[in-house]
Design a protein around this ligand. Structure first.
Ligand code: SF4
Length: 306
């Protein structure tokens, strides 16, 4: 059996700063919980020059140093030829870090601006083009995993967008094999909060490249759900941790998807309902709001958020 990284390896971990220690523990837990990295992997880290991808690379390099399994890292930046993109910043940073890297130059900016009217959101076409190029690069470089810098707040926002605007109950997978089976995507920052990344990026003084060079309008729906979560967090400070915990504790019998739960054979299926999930009394209490929720998520628990 191939060796994988386990979370126990990170329990006693101590890094240079408390912030780094905390983030490494969260990354270690995510890598272990979802079996993201195996012995012999070559991980392509997608580096955009934003705070998320700098944090991803920085922490993964540390994990590699400490890990009992061997894996390689290749940092890849896609230079999309956006106006005023500072081409020297990433090569200088990566050379100083001593990490293997590749800059891929493809003028997706011209394609996007030729097809999408000015003042609209370019992101959907831009992302499709970028995804194709990065997949191909990973295959050329014989990378077994593609690491992306999405974090817990991206997962929550995607979940709400799918819930409100698409009609699907799904978020972002922490690990995903592409349809053609050529690539596996991993999201090692899945348990890390955006606020923590902002603070860490400031602490580490990463040479951030602004993300508005393309001139795209922001995605209004994504902005709306992020605003909603921020508003709710004012009343319920741990709302993000609650949502992340909810995503890891799904009760299929309490949803409406016959593909997930066998409602046609209800009698045999009811025996499979886990303890605590089959109380009719509690269900009625919840419905009639007689029971005040006393649940407070373990902030460093399932979701690993605080
Ligand atoms: S913000 Fe710009 S670079 Fe980023 S995905 Fe959207 S269009 Fe592409």
């Amino acid at each position: 059996m191939t060796a994988v990284l386990t979370s126990t390896r990170f329990v006693k971990l101590k890094a240079e700063t408390p912030a780094k220690t905390k983030l490494l523990k969260k990354m270690g837990k995510a890598i272990a919980d979802f079996s993201m990295i195996e012995d012999g992997d070559k991980v392509m880290v997608c580096l955009s020059g934003g705070k998320d991808s700098y944090t991803l690379l920085d922490l993964l390099l540390d994990v590699r140093r400490r890990a009992p399994v061997h894996f390689d890292i290749l940092a890849v930046n896609l230079d999309q030829k956006q106006p005023d993109f500072p081409e020297h910043v990433l090569p200088e940073y990566l050379k100083e870090l001593g990490v293997e890297y590749r800059i891929v130059e493809e003028d997706t900016y011209s394609i996007v601006t030729a097809h999408i009217p000015e003042g609209k959101t370019y992101c959907s076409l831009c992302s499709r083009l970028r995804r194709g190029i990065l997949y191909t690069t990973a295959v050329e470089e014989k990378c077994t995993k593609i690491a992306l810098g999405h974090h817990a707040d991206d997962i929550i926002a995607t979940f709400l967008m799918n819930l409100f605007y698409v009609g699907q109950l799904k978020a972002m997978p922490p690990i995903l094999r592409s349809d053609d089976g050529r690539n596996t995507i991993i999201r090692p920052l899945a348990y890390v909060h955006e606020k923590e990344i902002v603070e860490y990026a400031e602490e580490q003084k990463f040479p951030i490249i602004p993300c508005n060079l393309c001139g795209s309008q922001p995605n209004m729906k994504r902005a709306r759900v992020k605003r909603l979560v921020s508003e709710l967090a004012k009343e319920t400070p741990y709302i993000r941790a609650t949502m992340m915990t909810a995503l890891s504790q799904v009760t299929a019998s309490h949803l409406l998807d016959p593909e997930l739960y066998d409602f046609q054979n209800f009698e045999p299926a009811i025996k499979a309902i886990p303890p605590g999930h089959g109380s009719v009394e509690k269900e009625l209490d919840d419905i009639f709001d007689h029971a005040e929720s006393t649940y407070k998520p373990d902030l460093m628990g399932v979701a690993g958020l605080s």
